[in-house]
Design a protein around this ligand. Structure first.
Ligand SMILES: C[S@@+](CC[C@H](N)C(=O)[O-])C[C@H]1O[C@@H](n2cnc3c(N)ncnc32)[C@H](O)[C@@H]1O
Length: 198
C-alpha cells in the first residue's frame, strides 16, 4: 500500500499551523476527527512537539494514517483509532484538551454534524476547544463562487453533504453548551472556527 496523499493538506498545513501554534500553546492532548490521509496529524505533531496527537477516522482510512505515522517515527503521535462521530463516547474525550477536525463538516450529513456538536458539549471539559477548519457560509451566503460550485459538486456526489452555515452550527453549539470563541478567515475562502465548552 502506498501512503495516501492529499494535495490540499500540503497546501493548507502551514497556514493552519500558524493558527494552531498559538491556540494550542496551553493544550497537551489533541483528538483529531476525520484525519483522512494522516498528513495533518504527522505534520502538526512534528511541528508542535509539546502535544500528544490522537488521529482517528472511519476504519477504511486507518491503514493509510498508520503508514504516515510509522514512517514519521515521532513519539507524540498515537496509533490511529476508529472513530465515527455518531458513536463518540465519553472515553474518547476524557483526556483531551482540544479536538481538531479539517474539511469534515461538509462531508458528513447534518445529522452527523449535530451529533458531533452534542458530543463536544457532553464530554469536553470546561474550557476544552473544538477547532474546525474548512469552508463555511455566513448568513446563507457562499464566501466565493468557487465555494458555491464546490457545494454543488458535493451535493451531486452525495446529497446529504454540503457546506455548512455558521448560524446552523451556532444553533447546535448553543444547544450543546459550547460557544464560538473565534472565527478566523483563512486563505482560499476557508475559515477556522474555534468553539469552547462553557
Ligand atoms: C475530505 S476528508 C478530510 C480529511 C482530512 N481531515 C483533510 O483535511 O484532508 C473527510 C474525512 O471525514 C471522514 N468522515 C466522514 N464521515 C465521518 C464520520 N461519520 N465520522 C468520522 N469521520 C468521518 C472521512 O473518512 C474523511 O477522512
Amino acid at each position: 500500500m502506498n501512503k495516501p496523499f492529499y494535495e490540499s493538506c500540503e497546501e493548507n498545513k502551514q497556514v493552519i499551523l500558524q493558527q494552531l501554534q498559538s491556540l494550542f500553546k496551553p493544550v497537551r492532548q489533541v483528538l483529531e476527527i476525520g484525519s483522512g490521509s494522516g498528513q495533518h496529524a504527522v505534520f502538526f505533531s512534528q511541528q508542535m512537539a509539546h502535544l500528544q496527537w490522537q488521529p482517528s477516522d472511519l476504519q477504511e482510512n486507518l491503514a493509510g494514517i498508520e503508514l504516515w505515522r510509522q514512517q514519521a517515527g515521532l513519539s507524540n503521535i498515537k496509533a490511529p483509532i476508529e472513530l465515527d462521530v455518531m458513536n463518540l463516547q465519553a472515553a474518547d474525550l476524557a483526556a483531551v484538551d482540544a479536538v481538531f477536525t479539517a474539511n469534515t463538516l461538509h462531508i458528513m450529513s447534518i445529522v452527523h454534524v449535530e451529533a458531533l456538536f452534542q458530543a463536544m458539549g457532553r464530554w469536553l471539559q470546561p474550557g476544552g476547544l473544538f477547532c474546525c477548519y474548512g469552508p463555511f457560509n455566513h448568513n446563507g451566503q457562499f464566501s466565493s463562487d468557487s465555494n458555491a460550485r464546490f457545494d454543488q459538486w458535493l451535493k451531486q456526489r452525495d446529497a446529504v453533504s454540503g457546506i455548512r452555515d455558521l448560524s446552523e452550527l451556532s444553533k447546535f453549539a448553543e444547544q450543546a453548551g459550547i460557544g464560538l470563541k473565534e472565527d478566523i478567515e483563512m486563505p482560499v475562502n476557508n475559515r477556522i472556527l474555534i468553539w469552547s465548552k462553557h
